[in-house]
Design a protein around this ligand. Sequence first.
Ligand SMILES: [Zn+2]
Length: 458
Amino acid sequence: MPESSAPDRGFRSLLEVEQILTHITWLVTCDWEMRCIPSGAVAIDGQDIVGVGTTNQILSIFRGRETIALPGFMVLPGLVNTHTHAAMSCFRGLGDDLPLGRWLHEVIFPAEAAIVCEEMVYWGTLLSAVEMLKNGITTFCDGYFFEEAAARAALDAGSRAVLGQGILDFPTPDQPDPARNRERAIQFLKQFPSGSGRIRPSLFCHAPYTCGPRTLQWAKALCREHGILLQIHVSETAREVEDLVRTSGETPVFILERLGLMDPWTLCAHCVWVTHEEIEILASRGAGVSHNVESNMKLASGVAPVPRMLEAGIRLGIGTDGCACNNDLDLFSEMDKAAKLHKLIQLDPVVCPAPQMLRMATCGGASITGWEHQTGSIEVGKKADLIAVDLDRPHLTPLYDPISHIVYAVKGSDVRHVWVDGRKVVWNGEMQTIDEERIMAEVQRLVRGRKRSGQRQC
Ligand SMILES: [Zn+2]
């Protein structure tokens, strides 16, 4: 069905579909033209978008078993968070404002040693999934431990997710013997819950300074064998780059390039300290990069050269990172910060314009996480991952340009309704899939136990 077929009343009956969203004040498609349609409408059948156009066009083609009128709303594709460690919501606000080394060694590592287990990963990931869905993030790309539990949480919450099993050449909470980390990765891939198109497995090598060449190579080989994404932190801090150059003679991107890891199925998180040559390698190999601006600001890691990366044609998305170093999961805020920070650093208000930031948070993110045919834009044939933003707010009045509002004025809390795969997962700001109160209580219980005993809780 063409996206804007002319009305043909009288010659054929209307096609019946499951849902039609009509009278949307602004339908922001994030398609290749970045079309914004006033009085827009979307027809949804099952999990799929089957019609996109004006309300008049859609009502002349389709009849919905359910019709939802959305005047006063802006509808856009669900946002894609390209880098997070969802279970780390359990450490939100723990040890703020410390130097990175002290924060990691004195706060985060002991906290992880005390409570990271399958149960914590399940409840912590659920808490993050709820926060993300309510903030309009329908897809997230995760990396942590016990990722089978994270996968169950994403399924239960109703999110779309790529779940990356963490790999290090050091003892980890779910593999104390690093000599057996390959076995653990294989076991994860075998046990990954199947039967849903909403979740995909991935491997997450922590970084080139915590995973040696052999580990990086077998992990990438496993990813290629299974057709899945390899995630890795790359050049987050100047210190890690200096240390690697001192010990191996090469920077992280050159190491990954030499080992044959750079391709479109490798997602590099951060890339703050990358040279012009490294940018060329990332661009020519088609590797994805996640820009995590708030995490980089809070940990004072540095400023990624995003304008240069965009110019070079690198495939870019936006990530929140774990909310232990952020401390929330709100991509509207990340888009706003990214646009403003790069303007400030470059002393140029023209760089990182709003449409470019929105692309990164939607179709750009979908592309680098491997979901470009399913999500990231509102187009016929894609899955119905949609969010409806309430425009009837003082800080969103008046409205001249919907994309400007999305990047510079909308907050996650303005999201009222969320669909994933055509299913309503948030309605009127309330979760429809799971008991939010119970999740918060379970996380409080896990964290209280840690505080009381300082011992492992599970
Ligand atoms: Zn990270």
